[in-house]
Design a protein around this ligand. Structure first.
Ligand SMILES: Cc1cc2nc3c(=O)[nH]c(=O)nc-3n(C[C@H](O)[C@H](O)[C@H](O)COP(=O)(O)OP(=O)(O)OC[C@H]3O[C@@H](n4cnc5c(N)ncnc54)[C@H](O)[C@@H]3O)c2cc1C
Length: 492
């Protein structure tokens, strides 16, 4: 899917999407499957924003039941089912253990009640998703031996609930959605930044786009423009020079990648002090711990795992699993993402609504933000309904709920670079030739999951950089710069 540099110029698209995260990707695929002409531009790499920094769960959102967000939970459960069928190579069921110690903010009884309602909300159950069950303390520890029988205060484990959600590869799901949109005719370009809006009379008629590698400028023209820039949505909407079309209350979430602690199950535990829910999940040869939820008003590109975020997560884990005793030096890597929550009055970040907002501005511009990764397909369908009104056209029906997303990776061949996650030389060459990979970080972090595994250190990165240097004709200096950039990002 490599395109000539001027393929955006001189065409009138039905829909032009700014932002190559999962929302932009989902909208592009839905629109392309309905036969519309589509362009998508992304300022960095596809999925380089929030869509590669999530907890990587396709979930109904058990904790949203506490906020009485029943519609969001029901919609998420339905989407979980659709995504399991649509992309079984990227979305798989994950058993989660929710332990209850004496004195926890939520008792075992409350956890059982919550998961019973959660099961009811899943109106039509997927055959691969069993109902929740209750475990005794001994059964819970037998399943995940890292779970202690007593917490740090000596309070006993009273039992646990075993509930099922799904785990996914967020960056890859976003990328493959874009690849499939391109297969259906969409022109999708990474490293192309929307820089200015062009108006004709009062109507948004074009967007100036700059290729960040060549510096070339294009004029992107379309009948409808969609601002799907996640946490950047407010600043992009301000390009219209008038009042911003959308207002956000963003929050930052940090995850740590740690050596393997859990084997088969995720653990969903109640944090000490603030009562937030924290996930410890199996992730290739490692474990993923997250997340924090704190107000973040800066440029989303500046979001980092700060020392206080890391300290909070380590403290929480060590409180629940004192014998694991994780220290700062055990961290393999860390990453941070920004939630594009639509502005609300709620002062507590974790109680702000996760529902999306679709806001038309004028006759040719739509802003869309909020929502969860889980609901991207449904949100895209709602956006397309609005696009149809703006185009004053009856669009063909949505097909994304029954069109499988093909596994676009090549069959494994050549040298094996890593076993967990499994990565072969052919994956790297394919990423450069067919998946618009331009930097070492693109391949380590988003074409493969190497960056989030113990295998993603300097040795493997060096092998990947050698292959990419051949494919993309890097000089020695360019190769070295790519290595420096990648290793700097990995160390936070
Ligand atoms: C810590 C954390 C954990 C989460 N965990 C989960 C989870 O487990 N499950 C779940 O369902 N949801 C989860 N979410 C929510 C989910 O990740 C987001 O809802 C989703 O990724 C948002 O996608 P998006 O496309 O709106 O934004 P993004 O992925 O941020 O995409 C927006 C894109 O727009 C691009 N852009 C910005 N400005 C421009 C411009 N001028 N020109 C061109 N491109 C531009 C950016 O570079 C970016 O790539 C989590 C979120 C966070 C922060």
């Amino acid at each position: 899917m490599n395109h000539p540099p001027d393929d955006l110029n001189g065409r009138m698209f039905d829909v032009a999407i700014i932002g190559g995260g999962i929302l932009g990707a989902g909208i592009a695929r839905d629109a392309a499957l309905r036969g519309l002409s589509v362009a998508l531009v992304e300022q960095n790499d596809f999925a380089s924003g929030t869509s590669s920094a999530s907890t990587k769960l396709i979930h109904g959102g058990l904790r949203y039941l506490e906020q009485f967000a029943f519609l969001l939970v029901a919609e998420s459960c339905r989407e979980r089912r659709i995504l399991l069928d649509m992309a079984p190579h990227l979305v798989r069921p994950l058993p989660l253990i929710m332990p209850a110690y004496r004195g926890d903010p939520h008792s075992l009884f409350q956890l059982r009640l919550g998961t019973t309602i959660y099961d009811w909300m899943t109106l039509s159950r997927h055959p691969r998703m069993p109902r929740h069950t209750t475990l005794t303390a001994a059964q819970a520890v037998e399943r995940e031996p890292a779970l202690p029988l007593h917490n740090e205060h000596g309070d006993p484990l009273q039992g646990a609930v075993l509930v099922y959600d799904c785990q996914m590869d967020d960056a890859r799901l976003c990328l493959e959605t874009i690849l499939d949109a391109a297969r259906h005719g969409a022109v999708c370009r990474n490293y192309c930044r929307a820089e200015a809006f062009q108006f004709q009379e009062d109507r948004l008629a074009g967007v100036t786009v700059r290729d960040r590698f060549t510096g070339d400028e294009s004029e992107l023209r379309a009948r409808v423009f969609i601002n799907a820039t996640g946490p950047w949505a407010e600043s992009v909407s301000a390009m219209n020079g008038r009042s911003p079309g959308i207002r956000l209350s963003p929050t930052k979430g940090v995850h740590l990648v740690l050596p393997q602690i859990v084997q088969q199950h995720g653990i969903y535990f109640q944090s000490r002090g603030d009562g937030r829910m924290i996930f410890l999940l199996p992730w290739d040869d490692a474990s993923l711990l997250g997340t924090t939820d704190t107000d973040f008003r800066k440029d989303p590109s500046l979001a980092r795992a700060e020392p206080e975020d890391v300290a909070y997560l380590i403290e929480q884990l060590n409180a629940i699993m004192p014998e694991v005793s994780v220290e700062q030096r055990d961290i393999i890597t860390a990453f941070a993402g920004v939630r594009a929550l639509v502005r609300s009055d709620s002062r507590r970040p974790s109680s702000r609504s996760r529902e999306e907002k679709i806001i038309p501005q004028g006759t040719s511009l739509l802003h869309v933000a909020g929502g969860k990764y889980t609901t991207f397909r449904a949100v895209a369908e709602k956006v397309l309904k609005q696009v149809g009104r703006m185009l004053q056209r009856r669009l063909p029906p949505c097909r994304t709920d029954r069109t499988p997303l093909p596994d676009s990776r090549p069959t494994a061949s050549g040298r094996r670079l890593s076993s967990a996650p499994p990565v072969f030389e052919s994956d790297i060459r394919f990423a450069c030739r067919q998946e618009q990979a331009r930097t070492l970080t693109d391949v380590m972090r988003r074409r493969t999951r190497l960056a989030l595994s113990a295998a993603g250190g300097a040795d493997t990165a060096g092998h990947v950089a050698d292959i990419m240097a051949e494919e993309l004709h890097w000089t020695d200096d360019q190769r070295q710069k790519q290595m420096d950039d990648y290793l700097r990002q990995r160390s936070g």
